[in-house]
Write a protein that binds this ligand. Structure first.
Ligand SMILES: Cc1cc2nc3c(=O)[nH]c(=O)nc-3n(C[C@H](O)[C@H](O)[C@H](O)COP(=O)(O)OP(=O)(O)OC[C@H]3O[C@@H](n4cnc5c(N)ncnc54)[C@H](O)[C@@H]3O)c2cc1C
Length: 389
């Protein structure tokens, strides 16, 4: 069995398949470490709060997607969230805790506090644990081996990955989204890793796979706008979860800072369009994120990396507001999958950002890492089983 991609989705599928008894190889475009998953800061959603439930979580996803998500995939996502978190803990991920339970934050579009965090480097912690688990097993890694060709054979699939030609009965596509390439084409900033270029989706489409909502790209409402070295940095949404608000040039709050992402981004675009934005010293549009409202104790626990980065650049977000503007961030749509993460091509699975349906046309924060783990586990199990059959 072959897995394309070494982000949270690919490594979850690979570790799961190997533990299910399959012979597994992972091919990645760069090193195993280089991926968007490792850059994720804010957190991962799961309904652990006393006032919360997987059904409530599913309802929030449905509303935030503006009723465009695939409800059967959403149900899988939210009902398997708690087991996914426990699985990550077994691999060694230590989620931040407070008052005897998980420290939970409320993210945009959520009706409850549901976001688990590992400080503000959640993706780093998850991908490190997954890499450790993968390296401890007996699978093969082909680093610096981008998938260049995929063709069907009598017994499965033949993939050309860099200099390697791999025959596999089943293939898991976990090559992420395309926002780095898209931003470059639009001459815009992106939060994404340079590997996020989307060619694997194109290959699958060329083979006849179905896709959905591919045109729906997500802007992260809070890209760093100034200082220059913070441009393209995604200011964690947890700043807003812990009290920061968006204000215009006159200091007026112009949007519910915890509304769904597309609503918040559009409100910022509109405010700037109305002439109520501010300009960065290098002439870019922006509004203020008033981070001075965050309690220092919350910031220390949940935003230490963000604070370090801004302070190193000469700005203390707890003492002064910071400049922000939406930045291209996430591919909402992708390859059509069923509940086992199989695409419309037999024996080809897809999980993580490359797959569509779970978020419809607008993803909630914290559901992407969750999707990687929930559907990565399902893809790994199903692909291993089919490979054995
Ligand atoms: C800055 C940032 C912050 C984020 N914060 C959060 C957050 O707090 N919570 C949350 O849930 N989500 C967050 N996200 C979104 C989330 O991190 C990603 O959507 C998710 O991790 C994608 O995982 P993935 O495994 O599908 O893809 P990736 O992690 O992007 O991995 C893709 C893999 O595929 C490989 N690849 C690409 N093309 C090829 C090819 N041709 N051949 C072989 N390999 C290839 C890459 O090298 C890489 O290994 C954030 C994203 C960014 C960029």
């Amino acid at each position: 069995m072959l897995v394309i991609g070494s982000g949270a989705a690919g490594l979850t599928a690979a570790v799961t398949a190997e533990r299910a008894g399959a012979r597994v190889a992972v091919a990645a475009k760069g090193s195993l470490q280089s991926c968007n998953s490792a850059k994720a800061q804010g957190g991962i959603q799961a309904a652990f709060g006393e006032d919360d439930s997987p059904e409530q979580h599913a309802e929030d996803v449905w509303r935030s997607s503006h009723e465009t998500a695939d409800r059967s995939l959403v149900e899988v996502l939210t009902s398997e969230a708690r087991p996914a978190i426990h699985w990550l803990e077994e691999l060694g991920v230590e989620f931040t805790r407070s008052n005897g339970g998980y420290r939970l934050a409320r993210c945009g579009g959520a009706s409850r506090k549901r976001l688990l965090q590992v400080g503000d480097r959640t993706g780093h912690a998850i991908t490190k644990a997954l890499r450790d688990a993968w390296s401890a097993g007996g699978g093969t890694s082909f680093e610096h081996s981008p998938l260049r060709e995929l063709e069907q054979t009598a017994s499965g699939w033949r993939a050309t990955c860099g200099d390697h030609v791999v025959d596999a009965s089943t293939v898991v596509l976990a090559a992420g989204g395309r926002c780095f390439a898209e931003a470059r084409a639009r001459h815009e900033l992106s939060t994404n890793h340079p590997g996020a270029t989307g060619e694997v989706t194109q290959m699958a489409l060329g083979l006849g796979a179905e896709a959905r909502d591919l045109d729906a790209l997500q802007y992260h409402p809070n890209g760093g706008a100034w200082p220059a070295n913070m441009q393209g940095y995604s200011i964690p949404e947890t700043t807003r979860a812990y009290g920061a608000i968006l204000v215009n040039a006159d200091g007026e709050e112009f949007v519910d800072s915890l509304a769904p992402r597309d609503v918040v981004s559009q409100a910022i675009f509109d405010e700037v369009e109305k002439g109520k934005g501010v300009e960065t010293p290098d002439g870019r549009p922006a509004v203020w994120l008033d981070t001075t409202r965050i309690e220092p104790a919350d910031a220390e626990v949940s935003l230490p990396y963000m604070l370090r980065r801004y302070r190193a650049a000469g700005i203390d977000p707890l003492a002064e507001r910071i400049l922000t503007y939406p930045v291209l961030h996430y591919q909402n749509g992708g390859l059509v999958i069923d509940a086992d993460a199989e695409t419309t091509l037999e024996g080809v699975y897809a999980c993580g950002e490359i797959a569509g349906g779970t978020h419809g046309r607008n993803r909630m924060m914290g559901n992407s890492l969750l999707e990687c783990v929930v559907f990565g586990r399902r893809a790994g199990r199903a692909a291993a089983e089919k490979a054995r059959a």
